[in-house]
Design a binder for this molecule. Structure first.
Ligand code: URA
Length: 209
């Protein structure tokens, strides 16, 4: 069963409050999302392996630590996932970025893949799939299916806000995937929005309606 980590760092919680606020405009929403994504990246990379290297300081040579060659891949789910990429890249500039695009089939209401582009060396990378909202979980499950079908082995899911329904579906479909979130909200409403949530993340990021 995938574990759920709720990042309760005060800075993350503080900024998330303003992200939720209906009075926060597009520019601030985008900047705050970027900042929270960076703070979450700081937490999510806590377990990266380190190795010793020699370094010459102005005083003497010493042994110090660097991240030991672990390759990371970020995969935003289009389009709202894009809003979290730059914040993560600020901390992990060497990460490669893939993309997964999904649309909802009007008849089955299930997400269908229309675009997937991943880095070439997928088997050597650990991937973080990114979507601000884990609502029904359908898109996250399908995006992770797309990655696994292309040989990806190691996946984490990162979201700002999750609904319990989305967490359960993802845990059932992909028990090997841990879920990293800033908040676990109450539930979905009848239109599939997370409540209290933050509204439509894509619209708020890009100023559309
Ligand atoms: N997607 C969103 O952008 N918001 C929700 O509340 C649910 C899905």
């Amino acid at each position: 069963m995938g574990r759920v980590y709720v990042f309760d760092h005060p800075l993350i919680q503080h900024k998330l409050t303003y992200i939720r606020d209906v009075n926060t405009g597009t520019k601030d929403f985008r900047e705050l999302t970027d900042e929270v994504a960076a703070l979450m990246a700081f937490e999510i990379t806590r377990d990266l392996p380190l190795e010793d290297v020699k370094v010459q300081t102005p005083i003497m040579e010493t042994t110090s630590k660097v991240i030991s060659g672990k390759k990371l891949g970020l995969v935003p789910i289009l389009r709202a996932g894009l809003g979290m990429v730059d914040g993560i890249l600020k901390l992990i500039p060497a990460a490669k970025v893939g993309h997964v695009g999904l649309y909802r089939d009007p008849e089955t209401l299930k997400p269908v893949e229309y675009y997937v582009k991943l880095p070439a060396d997928v088997e050597e990378r650990e991937f973080i799939v990114i979507d601000p909202m884990l609502a029904t979980g359908g898109s996250a499950v399908e995006a992770i299916n797309s990655l696994k079908n292309r040989g990806v082995k190691n996946i984490k899911m990162m979201c700002l806000i999750a609904a319990p329904e989305g967490v359960s579906l993802l845990q059932e479909a992909h028990p090997d995937v841990d879920i990293y979130i800033a908040a676990l909200d109450e539930k979905l409403n009848e239109k599939g929005y997370i409540i209290p949530g933050l509204g439509d993340a894509g619209d708020r990021l890009f100023g559309t309606k």
